[in-house]
Design a protein around this ligand. Structure first.
Ligand code: ATP
Ligand code: MG
Length: 418
């Protein structure tokens, strides 16, 4: 038997209701904040991610699914959505009418990581991006929206972690201080970090290897190196969050794995997922639109790890698939044909109804109705068709009522029996 690919998974019908519930909650909330849905392809030119995410990030270095198109072009299954949305923003000049644009997208991402709980090779993100706003309001507003999102879903035990990554004005000075520290502790770092040390020292702070974490415990913090503009921006974000009642924690160690992040950076963490504690992450990326060939445009975004959110919520929230309002137990060919038409009419009226298609005993049909969790069962055989009346059984109370078969569908709809 052919099995699915390692690190990929099926989301089975019993699980999908929760995914839909989360999506509905997201869509409703995002609309109230003026975010429009955008759908971008799941494959792009490799170069877009190499430039947009950064050559020396884990994602580009070792996690991308890249293939040679038959025409000789290199294509990559998207590892995240930001680069694609920025490309679309530039390509379609979405800034032309109004440079202030807000988007969200929901869909699969692909990264070739080591599969484990909360970490898959195809996973889903709810991705939100806002363009054209340089001031600190949008930062606080987006973190507030994310906070509301988790609150509405009833996700408890989450905590927002917040840091500022500075900007091209103040980061170089921090980089130098960090590089000096890294030189000192070099022999305690993992092989990856030794490589990162020269090319992208900030990423050493992001390493999950315990020895590396210890080695950089006394590393300088970027917030101590912020320029005046960055400092004010960050202060305003934290003040606005406090005003909005969003709990957060300043996290001097928080850096993002991606090169294009500037200023505000944040992560939502939870303690219920073990090692994969981040359920959402994001931040400002004021330089990316220009880097990818668009007009200089400040921007900020976040991505929620949909799979991890489902895992957190699935522990407390059970959302069932809808159950049939009615099961028609038909006995004999004539009754079955009648049932077939009633089912068609009821379903067309938006009422979920089931019937047995094969010639089965009443007992077996009742069993199936029970297994499906049908609210009521209508029992129809030749005798009922002759008398024009049939028995309607309430499966919960066991109460029975006689219903007239002529005009059954209308009667059921009117009496809101189904
Ligand atoms: P991590 O540090 O956990 O690898 P990341 O920094 O790579 O996360 P981002 O690129 O910021 O993650 O993606 C945002 C969110 O997407 C993460 O917070 C996480 O919830 C989720 N995510 C990232 N990679 C995976 C994966 N391989 N499987 C499932 N969810 C993921
Ligand atoms: Mg990662």
């Amino acid at each position: 038997m052919i099995q699915l690919i390692r690190g990929f998974k099926d989301i089975l019908p019993g699980e999908v209701a929760l995914w839909q519930h989360i999506e509905r909650t997201a869509v409703g909330l995002f609309a109230a904040f003026g975010f429009d849905e955008i759908r971008v392809p799941i494959m792009e030119k490799t170069e877009l991610f190499a430039r947009g995410i950064g050559e020396d990030t884990d994602i580009v270095e070792k996690e991308m699914y890249t293939l040679d198109d038959r025409g000789g072009e290199k294509l990559t299954l998207r590892p995240e959505a930001t680069a694609s949305i920025v490309r679309a923003y530039i390509q379609h000049k979405l800034y032309a009418d109004d440079p202030l644009r807000k988007f969200y997208t929901i869909g699969p991402m692909f990264r070739r990581e080591r599969p484990q709980k909360g970490r898959y090779r195809q996973f889903y993100q709810i991705d939100v991006e806002a363009f054209g706003m340089a001031g600190p309001f949008i930062d606080a507003q987006m973190i507030y929206m994310l906070h509301l999102f988790f609150q509405r879903l009833g996700v408890s035990r989450t905590q927002a972690h917040l840091n500022s990554l500075g900007c091209p004005v103040c980061r170089p000075r921090f980089r130098e201080a960090l590089a000096a520290l890294l030189n000192k502790v070099e022999d305690r770092l993992c092989a990856d970090c030794r490589r990162r040390q020269a090319r992208n020292p900030l990423r050493v702070l992001d390493c999950k290897v315990p020895a590396c974490r210890e080695a950089v415990a006394d590393a300088p913090a970027i917030v101590d190196y912020l320029c005046e503009d960055c400092r004010q921006h960050f202060q305003s974000v934290t003040e606005n969050l406090t005003q909005l009642g969003v709990p957060f924690e300043l996290d001097r160690r928080l850096v993002r794995g991606l090169d294009y992040y500037t200023r505000t950076t944040f992560e939502i963490q939870t303690d219920v997922l073990g090692a994969q504690s981040a359920v959402a992450g994001g931040g400002r990326y004021d330089g990316l639109v220009e880097t990818l060939g668009g007009p200089a445009t400040p921007a900020i975004g976040f991505a929620v790890g949909f799979d991890r959110l489902v895992e957190v919520l699935g522990q407390s929230l059970k959302i069932e698939n809808p159950k049939p309002a009615l099961f028609i137990a038909a006995l004999g060919e004539t009754a079955r044909r009648k049932a077939f038409y009633w089912c068609a009419e009821l379903a067309a009226a938006g009422i979920y109804v089931e019937m047995e298609h094969a010639d089965k005993s009443l007992k077996s049909q009742m069993k199936r109705a029970d297994r499906l969790g049908a609210a009521r069962v209508l029992i129809v055989g030749d005798a009922e068709l002759a008398s024009g009346q049939a028995n309607l059984r309430d499966m919960a109370t066991k109460a029975q009522a006689e219903v007239v078969l002529a005009g059954l569908v209308d009667a059921l709809k009117q009496q809101s029996i189904v």
